[in-house]
Ligand binder design. Structure first.
Ligand SMILES: O=C([O-])CC(=O)C(=O)O
Length: 163
């Protein structure tokens, strides 16, 4: 069964908003070659340093989605063509970057979903900063490693277990 985010919102209307979570919409933009993604969540928190993003996508994705809290910074790109190719090669289902990406044509060529707030051509400096698999709070939505995320063109929803 392939439910959309809209279907899930209809089905889970009465749920506790702390359990079935709908991320506030409209600001996310889809940059990848796949229109949506679903999978268990792995996380990174970093600011203008993509050391941990690189480490994550160079490891096994096992169909998971990588959610990166980049502090909304649009000053430096946390992901570009090389890291997107590594993510696809290593079986990540997709990436959600609360920050910026670059190499737009190369991102579109990858068969995975990539969502970000915006883009900028300037890469980060990798200084070894950032945290892996920590709980995040993005736009007021709690996102924890091991939970489940579904994203499609209508938006993004999070649940403790796959729906
Ligand atoms: O390496 C980086 O920091 C980002 C990038 O340009 C790429 O992934 O190709």
């Amino acid at each position: 069964m392939n439910l959309s985010t809209c279907d899930l919102c209809d089905l889970h209307k009465g749920d506790d908003p702390g359990v079935f979570r709908v991320m506030p919409g409209s600001r996310w933009r889809s940059y990848g070659g796949a229109p949506g993604m679903a999978g268990l969540i792995s996380t990174v928190r970093c600011l203008e340093d993509n050391t941990q993003v690189k480490a994550a996508v160079e490891g096994p994705g096992q169909g998971r989605v990588l959610v990166v809290d980049g502090g909304m910074s649009l000053r430096r790109a946390l992901l570009g063509g090389n890291l997107a190719a590594a993510a696809a090669r290593n079986a990540w289902a997709g990436l959600l970057i609360h920050g910026a990406v670059r190499d737009l044509a190369e991102l579109r060529a990858q068969p995975i979903a990539i969502w970000a707030l915006g883009h900028v051509p300037l890469p980060t400096e990798r200084l070894g900063q950032g945290l892996r698999d920590v709980p995040l709070l993005i736009d007021g939505t709690a996102i924890r490693p091991g939970e489940w995320l579904l994203a499609d063109e209508d938006g993004l929803v999070v649940h403790p277990t796959p729906l």
